[in-house]
Write a protein that binds this ligand. Structure first.
Ligand code: SF4
Ligand code: SF4
Ligand code: FES
Length: 258
């Protein structure tokens, strides 16, 4: 029988334990994935005792508190803290989400925080999104129209056409959906994945864009598009309540009827 072994350095070891120094009676145990590429050591899971009496409600508040008061080497991405920039996406308690939007009060017991799954890790909670951004660039996410039109001040859109972008323009490219998609896990180099396909559909649906046909042809590929098997993980994972699976279905339908 074939036996699979994980490479030695992929094993997550038990890490450091940071005891509370405040004497608080309201402590949350927070387990966090740590990995430092410069250390040559295996990844580990550190545990922090965090005083919730002096902490905001969101998971990001916990991370900020740990970084400011307990271990300044903890590395994670964040910017807006209001669910707008998408940079604080990570895996919290087994679910991909935005740490600035996720309330830790909803999580009973210990809290476990990992980077977005199935991506290379840059350091600690920072996942490497460069491949996803290259795929995003490949769909040319900007308005394509003739130069003469662009020189005019504005390109008007009817209310009805504008409404076609609802549920699409709100995407903040956080990658929670793509990194929860099994097809993207296994074929991420070729399959565009739900985040990029939703963005592709956003431009295909824009009445002001003049390259709808070219855009459709560009994604009409066995690997780029049809690796989606309608598993729907992407839609359940989206912290903005969007429906990338539906967008992918709409592209497939357009291709089938064009
Ligand atoms: S519906 Fe498609 S894109 Fe979404 S999780 Fe399933 S396979 Fe991935
Ligand atoms: S569709 Fe949702 S989960 Fe996917 S990238 Fe956009 S905002 Fe994030
Ligand atoms: S910090 Fe911007 S979405 Fe969370």
């Amino acid at each position: 029988m074939v036996q699979f072994n994980l490479p030695k350095n992929s094993k997550i070891l038990k890490g450091k334990y940071f005891k509370d120094k405040t004497g608080s009676s309201n402590i949350k145990l927070v387990h966090i994935y740590r990995w430092d590429p410069s250390s040559n050591e295996n990844p580990r899971e550190d545990t922090f005792e965090v005083d919730l009496n002096n902490c905001g409600n969101k998971v990001l508040d916990i991370l900020n508190k740990i970084k400011n008061e307990i271990d300044s080497s903890l590395t994670f991405r964040k910017s807006c803290a209001h669910g707008v920039c998408g940079s604080c996406a990570m895996n919290v308690d087994g679910i991909n989400t935005l740490s600035c939007m996720k309330s830790h009060k909803e999580i009973k017991g210990d809290l476990r925080i990992f980077p977005l799954p199935h991506l290379k890790v840059v350091k600690d909670l920072v996942a490497d999104l460069s491949a996803l951004y290259r795929q995003y660039e490949s769909i040319e996410p900007w308005l394509k129209t003739t130069e003469s039109k662009l020189q005019k001040k504005e390109i008007k859109q009817s209310k009805k056409n504008r409404e076609k972008l609802d549920g699409l323009y709100e995407c903040i490219m956080c990658a929670c959906c793509s990194t929860s998609c099994p097809s993207y896990w296994w074929n991420g180099e070729k399959y565009l994945g739900p985040a990029v396909l939703l963005q592709a559909y956003r431009w295909i649906s824009d009445s002001r864009d003049e390259e709808k046909k070219e855009r459709l042809n560009k994604v009409a590929d066995k690997l780029k598009l049809y690796r989606c098997h309608t598993i729907m993980n992407c839609t359940s994972a989206c912290p903005k309540g969007l429906n990338p699976a539906k967008a992918i279905g709409s592209i497939k339908k357009m291709l089938a009827t064009s």
